[in-house]
Design a protein around this ligand. Sequence first.
Ligand code: ADP
Ligand code: ADP
Length: 221
Amino acid sequence: MISLQNIEKVYRTDTIQTLALNNISLDVAKGEFLSIMGPSGCGKSTLLNIMGLLDAPSKGSVRIDSQQTNSLGDKQLAAFRNKKLGFIFQSYHLINDLQVLDNVELPLLYRDTTAKQRRELAAQALEKVGLSNRMKHFPTQLSGGQRQRVAIARAIVGRPEIILADEPTGNLDSVMGNEIMDILTGLNQNEGTTIVMVTHDENMARKTHRLVRLFDGSQVQ
Ligand code: ADP
Ligand code: ADP
């Protein structure tokens, strides 16, 4: 589903050059739930951003669902990302002055949908994460675990085949973290969604199918 070949990422500023990823090749199968671990600064977020087409590699190729993405222009890339991928971040990235339902509808604004369809799909996504009773709330009126569930609803509302999650349980206590993991595991098992998750937590990584460890930009396992 995702195929990375010989990925290198160099960040350059006037004075410094950082080799963030050093020749990474990695295949993620359709339906797989993969976790990525490693110390701070080892390149985990960079790798996830490259998989998610949020950032381009300095060298190497990224194929998603057989599409070679290197040749896509910015507009095509944005459309492809919107259709194929859902993102979840540690810090939720919700828009605080929009109600929960409106936050969840956001990815659908870039698609050919009516307002009624968007409301229905968003309500369904919120039902899947157990938040049907919070549609009219604002994010600041929710707990961290609830906010992350809204973020998951937003990630799945367009029915992406792939979810990329960067430390989705990083700001949560273990009870709420486990709830989030249960939702992700359910999506993987019941809907066949391919999931790649960056985590610091061995307990969370253990619940996934496979673990990739990074150290200093290289894959060590
Ligand atoms: P992790 O997610 O494992 O903490 P990152 O992928 O964020 O690691 O960063 C990998 C390396 O690349 C680090 O050394 C970091 O300082 C560097 N880096 C990340 N983003 C940038 C950037 N925008 N500009 C320069 N260096 C960066
Ligand atoms: P962390 O999970 O480590 O807190 P963030 O959640 O802040 O990291 O985001 C990880 C990376 O993804 C950052 O480089 C950020 O710029 C980028 N990012 C965050 N939100 C979005 C978004 N909605 N669309 C595109 N890129 C985003």
